[in-house]
Design a protein around this ligand. Structure first.
Ligand SMILES: [Ca+2]
Ligand SMILES: [Ca+2]
Length: 168
């Protein structure tokens, strides 16, 4: 005779209170792994960051000379983890100090990424620019905040001094 210990998926999902756990779930979903369906019971469906800060390269490679090339090698990658296009018009990306990039009319396609560079450049569907003359993301530690058009924080990414980039 065999016995089984079964943890209901809903119970497991309910323990995913931390952001890290939630993101791991998103990553698992993105990787095509099977995720139990009933996670949408309570409000967990809304808790999943459909649009997330995927990566921050906060220390531009080489000396931080402030050249436009160097400024643009400092960037934030935002990813649409869903299977539908998402309108980001009016959304903002900002650091602890308050340096803000605001999306004009913009749609991030399903599964796509958009990179927000610190310097100047020609905006496209995949590359956007703060148009700043100096760095935004502190090498010694900082936090990136992504907020929707209503000002609600959708995702954050923090780091401390170690390495030059972080995956959030
Ligand atoms: Ca550097
Ligand atoms: Ca900063």
């Amino acid at each position: 005779m065999r016995t089984f210990t079964i943890t209901p998926a809903t119970e497991a999902a309910a323990t995913l209170a931390s952001k890290a756990a939630t993101k791991a779930l998103v990553a698992a979903t993105a990787a095509g792994l099977a995720v139990a369906a009933p996670i949408a019971t309570a409000s967990s469906a809304q808790a999943l960051p459909a649009i997330m800060i995927y990566k921050v390269q906060y220390d531009s490679p080489g000396s931080d000379t402030g050249s436009n090339t160097s400024l643009n090698a400092e960037f934030v990658v935002i990813k649409n983890t869903t299977r539908s296009n998402r309108v980001l018009t009016g959304w903002t990306l900002r650091d602890k100090t308050g340096y803000t990039y605001k999306f004009p009319a913009f749609t991030l396609k399903a599964g796509a990424v958009v990179t927000i560079h610190t310097g100047r450049g020609t905006a496209s569907s995949t590359h956007r620019y703060y148009n700043r003359a100096w760095y935004v993301w502190n090498n010694t530690g900082d936090t990136a905040y992504l907020r929707n058009a209503y000002g609600t924080t959708v995702d954050t990414c923090s780091w401390s001094r170690s390495g030059t980039a972080t995956y959030c």
